[in-house]
Design a protein around this ligand. Sequence first.
Ligand code: HEM
Ligand SMILES: *[C@@H]1O[C@H](CO)[C@@H](O)[C@H](O)[C@H]1NC(C)=O
Ligand SMILES: *[C@@H]1O[C@H](CO)[C@@H](O)[C@H](O)[C@H]1NC(C)=O
Length: 329
Amino acid sequence: MVLYTALFLVLNLGSQLIGAQHLQVGFYNNKCKDAELIVKEEVEKAFAKDNGIAPGLLRMHFHDTFVRGCDASILIDSTPGNLAEKDGPPNGITLRGFEVIYNAKARLEAECEGVVSCADILSFAARDSVHITGGMFWEVPAGRRDGRISRASETVDIPPPFGNLSVITQAFRKKGLTQDEMVALLGAHTIGRSHCTSFSNRLYNFSPTNSQDPTLNRFYASQLKQECPQGPGGSIDPNLVVEMNLSPALMDPSYFADVLKCRGLFTSDQTLTTSPQTKNQTEEYAGNGLIWQQDFVAAMIKMSQIEVLTGAPGERRSEIRSNCRRINP
Ligand code: HEM
Ligand SMILES: *[C@@H]1O[C@H](CO)[C@@H](O)[C@H](O)[C@H]1NC(C)=O
Ligand SMILES: *[C@@H]1O[C@H](CO)[C@@H](O)[C@H](O)[C@H]1NC(C)=O
């Protein structure tokens, strides 16, 4: 327990240093003192009804940060003239948890109108989602402002599940994250679910020589085929989902043990065993969950500060949105 507390303090300090230039821990203390509490309450309330909102919000935050930075562009609704990020290819029907953010925002507007950004709400909610599923707690540096642009075409920056190690590493590098940080962050695939269509290419007609992906554990593959059967003409029901692993509600290091057993769900997961460094890191995390949690938190704090808008001089236009679903008129 002493060790745990000490680690917590170090992480805390680290987050303040990393965020020192732009963002601040406790940013709303004097501006809207219950901001973080209200977000936490909304996450807890929704989680009690459906624990899937925790993985949903963690993934939503990742997808937001990879497109135009952490600016809540993912929360904006499409309009007749604009197909928004949330309706772009990797998001579409697979994202969940939007209502949690919208409800928190409604309460915050009632309490402190025009003060708390949607981008900060999403970042707090992602942190709370990790904590509520048994992961570590950390302080989130805040003070993000919301963007005014959301385009479905820009979701190409989100790495695809069929990507190999160089493809996904490049996608993270483009956002200023290292390969080590990427490996730590991928541990998020220890919670939640996936639609069959996100990995069914590994099960059927994989390549001219292999009907299924040879890097996928055979028993796991047959189980996945049962959960994701082919319909007429080889089609896969777009509504079918499977759990990420055997403990999909727990933020534990089991993801890394799974990958080592060739039970990584996506090509982008299994690819961690294809280089000596990433394999080593996977083994390290599988063997020591506390080290993973520490690295995960540090990487989350960094990811949550990608290209943030803070209203600095010369910055592209930003605002505190009054409704997370649309830019202010
Ligand atoms: C190479 C990078 C990544 C790829 C290719 C990837 C891909 C995917 C895919 C295809 C799904 C399934 C979506 C569905 O069909 O419902 C998924 C789910 C998920 N991803 Fe990732 N992901 C990556 C990195 C991350 C990161 C960095 C995080 C967070 C730190 C994350 C968090 C999650 C979570 C929590 C889920 C479960 C969502 C739910 O249950 O609703 N992923 N990811
Ligand atoms: C990874 O995938 C990319 C794009 O499909 C391809 O160009 C590259 O050769 C692949 N790299 C390896 C090492 O397989
Ligand atoms: C693997 O990690 C250990 C520490 O866990 C380190 O001592 C070793 O040099 C690493 N090996 C490679 C190939 O990176």
